[in-house]
Design a protein around this ligand. Structure first.
Ligand code: MN
Length: 128
């Protein structure tokens, strides 16, 4: 079965680049361009995994993550922060907010695809 990945990202260039990488590996990609529509897409569409930009025009990606992780029915969906804020402490802040993992931008295709595959597999194992 093809995994569905939601990418929450307000930058169209990043969106295009990451979508291309994910499509090349056969994933189906859903897009959201701000925090609230990202939140709603998770609730409505229940993607297999979420890639979450941190800096978004409305509520930030960490706030979206914290809200999702507070919902027992949705907390099992892996959320990977994908952010250019690659400064000291950012990784910790993402993990504290409930993100399962963290990928600094700019991301390479290998990093992205191996991260996605790893967290999809972890989530799959928890279901069994
Ligand atoms: Mn952004």
């Amino acid at each position: 079965m093809v995994a569905t990945i939601l990418y929450v990202e307000d930058n169209p260039q990043n969106m295009r680049l990451v979508r291309k990488m994910l499509n090349s590996a056969g994933y189906q990609v859903i897009e959201a361009e701000d925090g609230m529509s990202g939140y709603q897409a998770i609730i409505d569409l229940r993607p297999d995994l979420v890639l979450m930009d941190v800096n978004l025009p409305d509520i930030d990606g960490l706030e979206v993550t914290a809200r999702i992780k507070s919902l027992p029915d949705y907390a099992g969906i892996p959320i990977l922060a994908l952010t250019a804020n690659a400064m000291h402490g950012d990784r910790e802040r993402c993990l504290e907010a409930g993100c399962d993992g963290y990928i600094p931008k700019p991301v390479t295709k290998n990093e992205l695809l191996s991260g996605v595959a790893y967290y999809l597999e972890q989530a799959e194992r928890r279901k069994v």
